[in-house]
Design a protein around this ligand. Sequence first.
Ligand SMILES: [Fe+2]
Length: 325
Amino acid sequence: MIRSCFQAIIPDIGEFLPHHHFWTEAAFAEERARVFGHCWLYMGVFDATSALSADMAGLRFEILRQGETLRGICRDGDRVHPLEVDRCGALVFARVAREGGPTLAQHLHPYTERLAAMSANCVNPEPPVGIPFQANWKALIENTMDDFHGSTVHPQTIHPAVHPDWQTHLTTERHGANSDSRWRLADGTADWWTKLDAKLKMAKFAEEPFYRHTFIFPNFYLASFYGAVVIPHRVDPVAPDASVLRWQLFLPTTRLETARDRAFHRSTASYLIASAADVIDEDRPVCEAVQQGRPGILGNGVYGRRERRILDFHQAMLRQLAATA
Ligand SMILES: [Fe+2]
């Protein structure tokens, strides 16, 4: 009754994923088969490397590059499935090959062009990072899409870096399974990036003083700062209560000629990686505490207008599970 009243007020309130999807082996197996065995998944950046690999929910993805051609397989226990591999700019995606289903461009809609433009900044790669979380992969996705945990979880890191007037300077876009959030940098932070840019002459995919992250269902998001630095992230499921957050920082500079240029770029990248790691160190215990407490949940939360993309993610999961049933 209460729910139907809500639905009268908010017609598209929709359904949540059942709570057991956050801790049971049965749900993990279902997601492995119907989500990770079906969807387009981010594999890595197309570069000089001849091979990419990924492990998600017990599936092993292996991609080899031969010239401009990418081919791959998915190992599922003893079974081997061919992969369909495609690119969006420098970003490589793959899915278990099958008839029908969306093209990669359809899967990335409406962010195909923007992601391709952002991916031009995937140069000057820093070493990939993988951080284990003792939490279900979806807890990390929910955490990422919650724009409002900055003041409580990151009071000294992210929170002061973005503009305090979020009602004006936080923009959230929702497009079904995919979404985008951009938050204007605080004035002091924007000044810091401007000074950095004067020294590094960064390549920019756009003139935008934002912290942006673009989420692509089911487990990829591309974060960016100042229209320059890009950080692809992927959340790899390991077990019902375990996952690995994988990310890689790219600080694209057009100034690397001298030893001094290279030293400055290296020290700046190290600083940014350490800062990103500090932020994740703040998120990890929260996600793990949520994982611990989730089986005791009494009901669903109420989501504000700016938080609806978390519910969008639940509904995309439900659609994906139903479509492949
Ligand atoms: Fe966070």
